[in-house]
Write a protein that binds this ligand. Structure first.
Ligand code: FAD
Length: 417
């Protein structure tokens, strides 16, 4: 029986596995996490809207009914493409076909001080750490007598005006305004300060100009200070440095200014494209190794003169294609090259406010928000997760309350020693 090994069970790896399940092949999945993570909702865990469990799903539970598919929790350390071997911690696995879908990590662009002091969102732990930091800052501010220090504790700098930065800024503004001002009556309503810093002259660069303008105006009306054409160049624990030499006293810096490929790419003997991505042929395979597929954020493929973006919809379509391509080869059937079908893009800004472009039509406000909610529920894995997320959203929408206001980091209340 032919063996397909899939590295990474994110959006791309999961789709590839699903396409191959029950087709008479042995499919081995490897991931260093035992759960599939719905990254687009990480910011809602970080802003106390959702429990971490509601946006993750155990991989073994996912695949146990998929015939021929099995999962192993393991970090993949390298591969020998010529011998068709994969190296995992303490073991070597042979394969007939390999699908590399290891995704991406946050790109700090070599700025060491930012990497050390900033928070980012790529893993579940990151979201919980960021939530602890946000809620912990309010606690510390509530007992801080020095107004300058209190202001710095309540200043949150978000870097990156893409969907994650915009969504996090909006959600944080609502958390501060609707929920935390009730929890902390000792703090003034206007004291929390949220700054969204973007290096270019616009937010949400992938969306049409009218939607960019809507997002900018909406965020401003929510009290977010948007600094366009501004670069963050460094950080210390209690201040953020801008490239023009000025500084912002702030205890929290959230970095969402870019991603680069997962470190696995560094140990594979493969060519590299911008962002460290791995260039692939039109059928998503490596040039010298037609049995090795590279998909999702890890892969670099240009279509109509532009590189495909590192987004979930590209990853899902590529994963699905890789699964079908392997099957077609196994059955000796032809398959046309991969072609990405761009259905659109969207971002939510706050209650009843989102922007979306779907099949070339632009939406903003309530309708876009409903579309955003529906699509995120649809793509979330597991009925229980969907129900939990829906209930949390409805609870917040009706009562202006966020349930998950838990600080799980020790020491936020000070120490007796
Ligand atoms: C905060 C955030 C918000 C986002 N919002 C959106 C959005 O709104 N819309 C959108 O389209 N996209 C969004 N994205 C991007 C989207 O999540 C990614 O494009 C998508 O997850 C890429 O899928 P993938 O399968 O390539 O990688 P991932 O989904 O990242 O999966 C990679 C998997 O590989 C595993 N892995 C990595 N290295 C190894 C190794 N060496 N050994 C074993 N396993 C390994 C990881 O544990 C992970 O499970 C967002 C991303 C983030 C971080």
């Amino acid at each position: 029986m032919k063996r397909v090994v899939i590295v990474g069970v994110g959006f791309a790896g999961l789709r590839a596995a699903r396409a191959l399940a029950g087709k008479g092949m042995e499919v081995l999945l490897f991931d260093r996490q035992n759960y599939h993570l719905f990254q687009p909702l990480l910011y809602q865990v970080a802003t106390a809207s959702l429990e971490q469990e509601s946006i993750a799903y155990p991989i073994r539970a996912l695949v146990r009914r998929w015939e021929g598919v099995s999962f192993r929790l393991a970090e993949v350390c390298g591969a020998d493409f010529c011998k068709r071997r994969l190296f995992i911690a303490g073991d070597v696995i042979d394969y007939d076909y390999l699908v590399l879908a290891a995704g991406s990590v946050t790109n700090f662009f070599g700025m060491e001080s930012i990497e050390r002091h900033a928070y980012d969102l790529k893993k579940l732990d990151h979201a919980v750490e960021l939530r602890n930091q946000v809620l912990g800052s309010f606690e510390r501010a509530a007992r801080e007598r020095d107004p300058v220090r209190r202001r710095a504790l309540l200043t949150f700098v978000i870097v990156g005006g893409g969907p994650t930065g915009v969504e996090f800024a909006g959600a944080l503004a609502e958390l501060a305004r609707f929920v935390l001002t009730k929890d902390y009556p000792e703090l003034g309503v206007t004291e929390p300060r949220i700054l969204l810093v973007e290096a270019t002259d616009r937010l949400l660069a992938a969306l049409p100009v009218e939607l960019q303008r809507y997002a900018l105006e909406k965020l401003k009306r929510m009290g977010v200070e948007v600094l366009l054409s501004t670069r963050v160049s460094g950080a210390e624990p209690e201040r953020v440095h801008l490239q023009d030499g000025s500084q912002i006293p702030a205890h929290t810096l959230f970095w969402s200014a870019g991603v680069c490929v997962a470190p696995l790419a560094d140990v594979l003997a493969v060519p590299r494209a911008p962002g460290g991505r791995v260039p692939v042929e039109p059928d998503l395979t490596l040039a010298e190794h037609p049995e090795v597929f590279v998909v999702g954020d890890l892969a670099y493929l240009a279509q109509d003169g532009a590189a495909l973006p590192m987004v979930a919809s590209v990853a899902m379509q590529q994963g699905d294609y890789a699964g079908r391509a392997i099957l077609a080869r196994y059955l000796g059937k032809p398959l046309p090259p991969f072609r990405y079908r761009d259905k659109g893009a969207m971002a939510t800004i706050g209650r009843s406010a989102a922007v979306a472009t779907v099949y070339g039509r632009n939406f903003s406000g309530y309708l876009a928000w409903i579309v955003w909610l529906g699509l995120h529920l649809y793509y979330l894995i597991g009925f229980r997760n969907r129900l939990l997320v829906l209930l949390n959203w409805a609870y917040y929408y009706i009562l202006y309350e966020r349930q998950v206001r838990l600080i799980t980091r020790e020491g936020e209340g000070g120490s007796c020693q």
